[in-house]
Design a binder for this molecule. Sequence first.
Ligand code: HEM
Length: 494
Amino acid sequence: MWLLLPILVYSLIYLYVRHIYSYWRRKGFPGETTAFSWRYLKQFYRREFRHVEAICEAYHQGRDRLHGIYCFFRPVLLVRNPELAGNILQQSNGHFSECKWDYVKGYRRFNLLEKLSPMFSSRRLSPMFNNAQHVAQHMMQHLLDREQQGNVELDLQRLLRIYAVNMMGNLVYGLDVNNFEQTDHILNSYVQHPSQYGMLQSFTLRGTPQDSRLSSRLKDLIKQNVELREQSGIMRKDMLQLLVKFRNGNDLASDKWQVDHAFEEDKLMSVKRLAKVAEDLLHSALDSIASTITMTLYEIAQQPLIVEKLQTEIKELNFVDGQLTFEQLEELKYMEMCLKETLRKYPPVPIIERICRKSYTLPGTKFSIGEGKTLMVPLLAIQRDGKYFGEPLKYKPLRFLHDKSQDIGQRRSAFVGFGIGGAQCAAQNFAKMVIKLALVKLLQNYHLELDASATVEVSHLPAPFISSKGGLKVQLKARAILTQSNYLKSSKQI
Ligand code: HEM
């Protein structure tokens, strides 16, 4: 009898696990046959398991447009085809969870991000560019100070993370914060890379850890600044100003920056919700900005010809009094290609994930995905698939030069760095502005030399980052065309 009991328990567990792992087969989907991988369990035990890499591996094992897999005990549907993924994310309105940006006011429910999208239009970004340049100047001053102390070697990854934090602090929180100097500032908590918070990130996919104490301090910061803008009429050309305008029911698409005040009961958004929006923007932005600049510099530092081309393109810009204008960023065509190539090889959002909340028939197929099941679009795997991009692991910006080759249409639809179908990044213009600005400043003023002795390992957690000890070690040497005196002139404060 005592022998029978464990046998019975083990049999029940076995049948239950088998039931879970036959989900896709029972539903008729093409999918994994053997699901329980001891290798992953071992990696998990050793804290070496990497979610993004495992999903990429599953992508390569599949053959069809849809491929059912299991993330441990969770059945997940991988959409392997970019066009199908685009159609699903475009047409599946209401079928997948996207509640984060749902907003209810009175009897109306709307998508907050859609309403806020004019914030990221060129018309709005152009006047903000002066503030952005001011932030870039903090970084350049920091480098100059180091150089004067004879300190030319640094961790570029950390430098760029501080730049990204400063940028979001300045433009979203409305603070002239300089974390290169102010190491005790509350935003300094974000300078630390999420990898330092542990492996759980590997499962949660996006974002930095949410510390509620930090959130409440950030909320206080927003509250103070909103009051200043609403009550004292202080005006600053930044994202916060636009969020305050939105709260007061003002039109974001107009050119006006001053707030037209609404009565308290008519305001569209509470300060608490506004603080949440600011924090969500901060989380979405930090990893993506810092990683895209870091990985671009890491790749081009290994190809001096690319650096030369970029520096020539920058030199041809017509700087007015050493300053760049927002519109000039458009002229950086080769840099745009480099940016795309970085986002292809290292997408900051490597996987788009959705939970089905209402059973949905996938367009152009006979399959339906059931409520509660997860759908994933593996952007990283698609963009590193040789079917769409030849020699996918090589960094070749010119692949994005418009040519007449027959596969250009296919390649264009497989470039999904900023998202796909209805899941596109709303802030891509903003991201490009901030990234290009940093690249221009650094390449204009410095030669970049990678530390040849250092090993560089790139991981995705989920955004790509250099996981080797010491980050991305480089030597920055001031370029000969800029002596220190005219360097200061060319990067004069605004
Ligand atoms: C190179 C930089 C960036 C890339 C490649 C990128 C890419 C993406 C992608 C692929 C998505 C779709 C994700 C999904 O639907 O699950 C997305 C969404 C989003 N992005 Fe970006 N992004 C970048 C920078 C930024 C920045 C700087 C901001 C903020 C200022 C931002 C704000 C957002 C927001 C608010 C969403 C909506 C989805 C969400 O709630 O996270 N992104 N981005």
